[in-house]
Design a protein around this ligand. Structure first.
Ligand SMILES: NC(=O)c1ccc[n+]([C@@H]2O[C@H](COP(=O)([O-])OP(=O)(O)OC[C@H]3O[C@@H](n4cnc5c(N)ncnc54)[C@H](OP(=O)(O)O)[C@@H]3O)[C@@H](O)[C@H]2O)c1
Length: 328
């Protein structure tokens, strides 16, 4: 099976490390800007809780992808939101009969499906982590990993099962018929703590220990869940950290506000020591995905006339920090 991993940041590197196993699976690494080509030239080393692997997949920068590279069976789109359109444009001519899988956060999968009519597009909702390190290395730390895989458009060329088998080398995979709810549920939960940790530069444990910040998180979640509902997405507790949708939608001041805050804090105990990925992007002076997370909720709220003032404010605050390089 030929697998193209587009984007060689944290997620792309870790997935490539788990997957590259020639001759059964040939991974092609495709850096978006080519920034990491030099570091990866002598191999990619991935540290996981179970083992350390060094693999040497071929590397072809996105700008050099052409028909001589062959045709992928599966494309894993591991790029940040801002790079999605150019990545899709560069591979569009090579994905006939290919399954394009996007493990990106947010709702990129729908955009990718629109840009690739006639191509099968699946979303992989990742309970997974990957961090790129210098010198062609990456680390994956979570021991309890999970991938939920579902079709967004088209019909997978050979069904989704081969892709599920492939990805099960990285984490247990569940095939889902309700990927819309899983994607939206991750967006709604991610848009809350991710932004608050980024704006405050605090760990999730510090955020949830502070009553006002905890209330801010659950109210962001509530606003997002309302937007999802107005778009006809039927979120279940399993999509919302195990919290019932009606409890989430009531927010911190609703009839179940205390329980909501307690459950939200409890759900974040395993990641209490961590700051969010958006926070880490700000620390490293890199653009965040706020436009594709909180901004996505604002755009979808606008489309159905739902209030999104908290997500508008969060987006503006993160943007401000991105531009000024400091907290508000
Ligand atoms: N990482 C996770 O834990 C995780 C989990 C779930 C979902 N996601 C989603 O996956 C997508 C990709 O996220 P990501 O975490 O992989 O992004 P990332 O690590 O920030 O990488 C983004 C881009 O930055 C460049 N880059 C990053 N680290 C580098 C390094 N050490 N040296 C050189 N270049 C470096 C790479 O560019 P080049 O391609 O040009 O080399 C890469 O494409 C996002 O949509 C994210 O939401 C990530």
């Amino acid at each position: 099976m030929n697998v193209w991993v587009i984007g060689t940041g944290g997620l792309g590197r870790v997935l490539a490390g788990y997957l590259h196993d020639p001759p059964a699976t040939n991974v092609l690494l495709v850096p978006v800007r080519g920034t990491s080509v030099d570091g990866l030239a002598s191999g990619l080393t991935v540290f996981t809780p179970e083992r350390t692997v060094t693999v040497r997949p071929p590397i072809v920068p996105l700008s050099a992808v052409d028909s001589t590279v062959g045709r992928p069976d599966v494309v894993l789109l591991c790029v940040k939101g801002d790079d999605t359109e150019r990545a899709v444009a560069a591979v569009a001519a090579h994905v006939h009969g290919t399954l394009v899988v996007t493990p990106q956060n947010g709702l990129q999968a729908y955009r990718v499906a629109d840009w690739l009519p006639g191509t099968s597009v699946a979303a992989a909702v990742m309970a997974f982590d990957g961090t790129a390190l210098d010198g062609g290395r990456a680390v994956q730390r979570r021991t309890r990993r999970r991938i939920t895989l579902g079709m967004v458009s088209g019909t997978a060329p050979a069904g989704l099962r081969p892709a599920a088998t492939l990805l099960s080398r990285c984490a247990p995979v569940t095939l889902s018929e309700q990927i819309d709810a899983t994607l939206w549920g991750k967006l709604v939960t991610n848009a809350a703590g991710n932004a608050v940790s980024a704006i405050t530069r605090l760990t999730m444990g510090e955020v949830t220990a502070h009553p006002d910040l905890l209330a801010w998180c659950v109210d962001l979640m509530s606003e997002g869940a309302e937007v999802a509902a107005r778009h006809g997405v039927r979120l279940a507790a399993a999509d919302l950290l195990g919290i019932a949708p009606e409890v989430v939608r009531g927010g911190s001041t609703g009839p179940h506000g205390r329980r909501l805050m307690a459950d939200y804090a409890a759900a974040h105990e395993p990641v209490a020591a961590l700051r969010s990925s958006m926070c880490r992007d700000l620390d490293q002076g890199r653009p965040t995905e706020v436009a594709w997370i909180n901004g996505e909720i604002v755009r979808h709220g606008d489309a159905v006339g739902a209030a999104t003032i908290l997500h508008q404010q969060a987006t503006a605050k993160v943007r401000h920090i991105e531009q000024k390089g400091s907290s508000c």
